[in-house]
Design a binder for this molecule. Structure first.
Ligand code: SF4
Length: 282
């Protein structure tokens, strides 16, 4: 039985960078506390916990002497300020793609322009971006909400990094029609999610079974499962190697494997090994 990895899988650039920054702080002997879970993967969070990394829900829970970590989603300037007041050190692991959206919003607001961000207003990334220009920004999730917006002055249209391109384009066009003055449209969608889905889709049609490694509460892992299921009925979302049922692999010649953007490499290797062992036994 052959185990085939999709061309793109696992940690995206921003998550890998955040984990590396946490490890660097640990290497310097810091007591590390992340504001919110660093990533949506219980196994990696447990591994980090064994090194003393813990999660807090608010800056007030951080004590002097501790290192506070801002995760890849970023935070509002106010929250960052609170962290700097509480912690001895702040590690800012905001993904540079998110920082770009924050800066664009902040600059447009300074020019007294409106900012329309296409995304989920409840998502931590959007809460952070909104905080950079609260008086000028509207976070909306789709084109139907454009009509309810007030008059828009030379607006900037940007996006949450993980939304669908068509949704962004539809909103951008509707804003352009409604706006007064010039509309600046900057596509700030990150391709990491789409690249993983495209690679999984390409492989799913060529295998007898497909395993997606990722947290059950990770939305990008669940989307990968849906994409694979379209081509390969025997597609399974698993968190650990214990969830592989050898019976599902009876007669399988080729097995596909991919992983969500929060799945660490060590876990992918462990699961690849287990699949190869099952292949050798069957
Ligand atoms: S998905 Fe993209 S924007 Fe989000 S953390 Fe990963 S690289 Fe950064």
């Amino acid at each position: 039985m052959q185990v085939l990895l999709a061309d793109e899988y696992g940690f995206c650039f921003g998550v890998e960078r955040a984990v590396e920054m946490v490890e660097e702080a640990l290497g310097e002997g810091d007591t590390v506390r992340t504001l919110g879970p660093l990533i949506h993967n219980d196994q990696e969070m447990s591994r980090l916990a064994t090194h003393g990394v813990s999660t807090v829900n608010a800056p007030v829970q951080i004590k002097r002497g501790e290192t506070a970590v801002i995760r890849a989603h970023g935070v509002t300037p106010q929250v960052e300020q609170e962290l700097r007041e509480k912690a001895s050190k702040v590690v800012d692991a905001t993904c540079p793609f998110v920082t770009k959206v924050q800066k664009l919003a902040s600059r447009a607001a300074a020019q007294n322009r409106h900012v329309v961000v296409v995304g989920n207003p409840e998502h931590p990334e959007m809460i952070g971006v909104f905080g950079y220009a609260p008086e000028h920004t509207f976070v909306i999730s789709d084109v139907k909400e454009v009509a309810a917006l007030p008059k828009l002055n030379n607006p900037l249209v940007v996006s949450q990094t993980t939304i669908k391109l068509q949704n962004f384009l539809d909103v951008a066009e509707a804003v352009k029609q409604k706006a007064e003055g010039e509309t600046q449209i900057v596509n700030t969608i990150c391709s990491a999610t789409r690249d993983r889905q495209d690679a999984a889709r390409a492989l799913a049609g060529e295998v007898d079974a497909f395993y997606i490694i990722g947290g059950r509460h990770s939305s990008n892992s669940r989307k990968l499962l849906a994409v694979c299921k379209e081509q390969c009925e025997k597609s399974f979302l698993i968190e650990t190697e214990d969830e592989i049922n050898a019976e599902d692999l009876q007669g399988a010649k080729r097995v596909g494997l991919t992983a969500g953007a929060s799945t660490p490499n060590w876990l992918i290797k462990k699961i690849t090994k287990r699949l190869e062992e099952i292949g050798a036994e069957n």
